[in-house]
Write a protein that binds this ligand. Structure first.
Ligand SMILES: C[S@@+](CC[C@H](N)C(=O)[O-])C[C@H]1O[C@@H](n2cnc3c(N)ncnc32)[C@H](O)[C@@H]1O
Length: 239
């Protein structure tokens, strides 16, 4: 069920951007439905980790509709929280949510592989379910390291490939059948909701992601699985 955009290819960026622009209006609703609402808890854990050192400048990369960026701002109103994403329609949904909530969270269109920020300008950086969509994961991690100050924290939420046990088989079945059917039905874009689980199956294992973080200039790397390994939370510090 792999799709051309699930792995790392030169034309992956534009295909991913166009896909998220298409599904943006229904993205939040489907997130809650397909995760049975558990994603809110996964994000809360990421917020706790990201804010542990009381950062003043926080960047949420691949912010999408800004769920995590808004949570970060609510949890730490004194911090400047900025979100970036290359899908303008996702950002538009996020801006409407920020304005409705009265939260000052600038949302800027930018490619995660070429962030428009100076070196070392952020104390903490988050990326939730964005990394596996990058055309070049290693280059994305190096770019994140570049904009973090030394000692700054990176927090990554991502869906690891389902493990080879019974729970993993159930997850694979859910991804291959329920997600494209339900996602296609509600969003009108079955291909997008076939891509999402396929990209998960093609992504790095949590251990491989730890290695990639170290290779990209991070240290004190650790991870923990969330909800039986459906999601994984990685934390690391810019070396
Ligand atoms: C699955 S969504 C996650 C959105 C949000 N972080 C969340 O947790 O709901 C993935 C997001 O990554 C963005 N994205 C993927 N590759 C990107 C890149 N190279 N630069 C910027 N955004 C990117 C997509 O546009 C999309 O909004």
């Amino acid at each position: 069920m792999n799709t051309p955009a699930a792995g790392q290819t030169a034309d992956k960026g534009p295909a991913v951007e166009a896909m998220f622009d298409r599904i943006a209006p229904r993205y939040d609703r489907l997130n809650r439905l397909l995760s049975l609402g558990v994603d809110v808890r996964w994000r809360r854990e990421a917020v706790r980790e990201a804010l542990a050192d009381e950062p003043t400048h926080v960047l949420d990369v691949a912010t999408g509709t800004a769920d995590l960026a808004l949570m970060l701002k609510r949890a730490r109103p004194s911090a400047r929280v900025v979100g970036v994403d290359f899908a303008e329609a996702m950002l538009a949904v996020g801006r409407a949510k920020a304005s409705k909530a009265g939260l000052d969270v600038p949302l800027q269109r930018a490619d995660a592989l070429a962030l428009p920020f100076e070196d070392g300008g952020f104390d903490a950086l988050t990326v939730a379910y964005g990394l596996r969509n990058f055309a070049d994961v290693g280059a994305g991690l190096v770019e994140m390291r570049r904009v973090l100050r030394r000692g700054g924290r990176v927090v990554v939420l991502e869906f690891p490939p389902p493990p080879a046990n019974l729970a993993g088989r159930a997850l694979r079945w859910y991804g291959r059948t329920v997600m494209p059917t339900l996602g296609g039905w509600i969003s009108g874009d079955r291909r997008a909701y076939a891509y999402l689980p396929a990209s998960t199956e093609a992504f790095l294992t949590p251990e491989e992601l730890e290695v990639a973080l170290v290779r990209s200039g991070f240290t004190r790397v650790r991870h923990r699985l969330q909800t039986y390994g459906v999601s994984a939370l990685h934390v690391a510090v810019a070396a």
